[in-house]
Design a protein around this ligand. Structure first.
Ligand SMILES: Nc1ncnc2c1ncn2[C@@H]1O[C@H](COP(=O)(O)OP(=O)(O)O[C@H]2O[C@H](CO)[C@@H](O)[C@H](O)[C@H]2O)[C@@H](O)[C@H]1O
Length: 649
């Protein structure tokens, strides 16, 4: 048995940054020594921790109470899960109010050290009148993403990669986001104006030759925003395509991104220091999916990044980066790694008799080689392991289920705040909702709809495609518009749906408006001005618009799937002694009939039960969707990922 004091553990901070935030005036050295049971000695007797955390040590309020509300605010922390003999058999989330201090330490050979529980009384005796001790490891985190708002955004991926890094940086981590420097030849190019050329270049070997990429950099909101520059990112359109469809060289463009992202921590002296090898990569969706493969296949065999870890974050499993098998040689990977990405389409999905169905699937490679996998809601982490939600990858994902977790996205509460949103004409808050009616009137005027503050106004914002259930909206609209309602849609995507929106607008002049295009200020005004937000998504990994809607007092009516089911609670007027509970309606199954029924129930509640409606609005506005909540959960997963050895193939 070996005793270690917290202060001696702090001394071993070889590879990670240890943050000792002391909110209570309690110094770490005043914590009683924490006792560890050593399972197995590290060869050479040298112990090098890969991760360390004092996860939770707090005392209750001064009167000794610890309400559930307080727990909710403080979030959950990682704690040891013990069997009947007291041995640690795993880890689980526990409320902050648990007073136990837990420390998890890895050694160079990944043997774990069990914690002998710290005595609650001893700990509380050490805390003199303070509130809580919060000490944790901070990490060098490298986000890799094809989008990051406000620089680039075509959907929710941009929102998340624009705001989660800031939330993590605020919690003390060193965070870099690596994303392309798109130059579309329009006003959006100005978004990169503050990023300067680092004059650092990297040579990338792929597609049969050497490509040189440049790195631009901006330090903003505590985050290093790193923009990979290459001529293939300079063209009109969106990050992925133009009016003629998806770019034919997207595999090449995002291969470059991944290679560059792996070089960035090694070569960029940001703020004078590189991030170095011991980082944690967060690879978002297939565009960043080669990052974990490169770590395993290109770097670790040469002793580089051997202590780094990678987490694949799945925002949308429907897009996997699948290309013909012959393109494998373009990826800059050793030939023997083909199996990690190799993919064979089922017979029914092949296009002609000679089609062998062989392909490379970048997302599959990421699922195989990443150290952990995260989805953007808990519900979706289960759905991706079913035939309906797995898009062919369900069995592979199921085989890795022990490393799969779901964390529901947060939202940027600075950008989406009805009390100071500069995109909306009147501001309002839960205390004074009068501005919301003014937003509705202004929206009706702006869209040329009859100005009728009493008429239920339903909104939809999103990509016009199969995922978002546009076909259901299309089939239901004629019947829906027989009622006394107004309906506004904002979106772009499939041409057939854009044309249908234009046609519906001329058929239902007094009731329907369809705004074709991608326009962020209008999306804020629709969110604020509508009474109801409709989201009949066929599948929805998380969904952000319902979260924005609730914050703006707009009641969501959603299909009960993925993150929508996790975040929208169906209204129950009888709950809580008639005070009611719920924040909207989550309907199922996804049919025209059940969607119309849910909307009609919502409209009837709006018209005839004002008190119930006000309750729905206020509960939605009170809901905590901050990134802080989610960031705490991300930190748990960061700790877990360093408990296991990295993928080595
Ligand atoms: N025409 C338009 N004009 C202006 N703004 C528009 C717009 N169309 C969409 N947007 C905006 O784009 C974002 C869309 O986010 P979502 O989460 O709803 O979906 P998306 O499918 O892109 O994201 C994927 O990733 C996110 C993030 O993880 C998951 O929440 C989601 O379920 C998953 O499908 C929102 O900010 C929305 O306001």
């Amino acid at each position: 048995m070996e005793s270690l004091s917290a202060s001696s553990i702090l001394y071993w901070r070889s590879s990670l940054n240890v943050a000792a935030a002391d909110h209570s005036g309690l110094s770490l050295s005043s914590v009683r020594p924490l006792i560890f049971k050593q399972r197995k000695k590290c060869t050479g007797g040298f112990i090098r921790p890969l991760s360390l955390s004092v996860v939770s040590a707090s005392v209750g309020s001064q009167d000794g109470s610890n309400s559930a509300v307080e727990d909710d605010k403080k979030g959950l922390f990682l704690g040891p899960q013990r069997d009947s003999s007291g041995s640690v058999v795993g880890f689980h989330l526990m409320p902050h109010s648990d007073w136990t201090i837990c420390i998890a330490v890895n050694t160079c050979h990944y043997n774990s050290y069990d914690l002998v529980a710290a005595d609650k009384e001893q700990v509380s005796a050490d805390i003199e009148g303070g509130e809580k001790l919060s000490t944790r490891v901070t990490y060098n985190i490298v986000f890799v993403s094809s989008e990051a708002a406000p620089y680039s955004k075509t959907g929710g991926l941009g929102d998340v990669c624009g705001s989660l890094p800031i939330a993590l940086a605020e919690r003390g981590h060193r965070v870099m986001v690596v994303t392309p420097r798109y130059q579309h030849g329009g006003p959006s190019d100005k978004r990169y104006a503050s990023a300067t050329d680092t004059e650092c270049r990297a040579k990338v070997f792929c597609s049969g030759g050497v490509q040189e990429v440049a790195f631009y950099h901006e330090y903003r909101s505590g985050v290093d925003w790193v923009f990979v520059d290459h001529p293939s990112y300079h063209r009109p359109g969106t990050p992925y395509g133009d009016v003629y469809g998806a770019f034919g060289d997207n595999q090449f463009r995002f291969t470059l991104l991944c290679h560059a992202a792996c070089e960035a921590p090694l070569v960029l002296p940001l703020g004078g220091f590189t991030y170095g090898e011991n980082c944690l990569f967060l690879a978002n969706d297939w565009h960043a999916g080669l990052v974990p493969v490169l770590l395993a296949a290109k770097y670790r065999p040469h002793g580089v990044y051997k202590d780094a870890r990678s987490i694949l974050v799945i925002h949308n499993l429907a897009h996997q980066g699948v290309e013909p098998a012959a393109t494998y040689s373009n990826l800059g990977l050793p030939p023997e790694w083909y199996g990690a990405l190799g993919w064979v389409f089922p017979t029914w999905a092949r296009t002609h008799a000679l089609d062998t169905g062989e392909a490379v699937n970048v997302l599959k490679g990421a699922i195989v080689t990443s150290d952990r996998i995260l989805t953007v809601s808990e519900g979706y982490s289960w759905e991706i392991r079913t035939p309906e939600g797995g898009y062919g990858l369900q069995e592979l994902l199921d085989s890795r289920k022990v490393v799969v977790n779901g964390i529901t996205n947060g939202i940027d509460e600075t950008e989406w705040n009805p009390s100071n949103d500069e995109n909306i004409p009147s501001h309002y808050s839960i205390e004074d909702l009068s501005g919301k009616v003014q937003c509705k009137v202004a929206l009706q005027k702006e869209l040329g709809l009859p100005v009728r503050p009493d008429c239920p106004l339903i909104g939809f914002i999103g990509r016009l495609d199969y995922q978002k259930g546009i076909d259901i909206i299309l089939s239901a609209t004629p019947e829906l518009l027989q009622d006394d309602i107004q309906f506004v849609m904002l979106g772009s995507g499939e041409k057939q749906y854009e044309e249908w929106m234009r046609a519906a607008e001329s058929s239902f002049k007094e009731k329907f408006r369809g705004w074709v295009g991608f326009n962020v200020p209008i999306s804020h005004r629709i969110t604020a001005g509508c009474d109801i937000l409709l989201m009949p998504s066929r599948f929805e990994p998380c969904g952000l618009n319902q979260l924005y809607a609730m914050r703006y007092g707009t009641v969501p009516v959603v299909h009960a799937t993925g993150g929508l089911r996790d975040t929208v609670q169906t209204f129950n007027p009888y709950a809580l002694d008639g005070r009611g509970e719920g924040t909207g309606w989550a309907f199922t199954p996804l049919t025209r009939e059940s969607m119309i029924a849910a909307l009609r129930t919502a409209v009837a509640t709006y018209r005839d039960h004002k008190d119930s409606w006000d309750g729905l609005v206020k509960r939605g506005m009170e809901r905590n969707s901050s990134w802080d909540n989610a960031a705490v959960k991300y930190e748990q997963v960061f700790e877990w990922v360093f408990l296991d050895p990295p993928y080595v193939g």
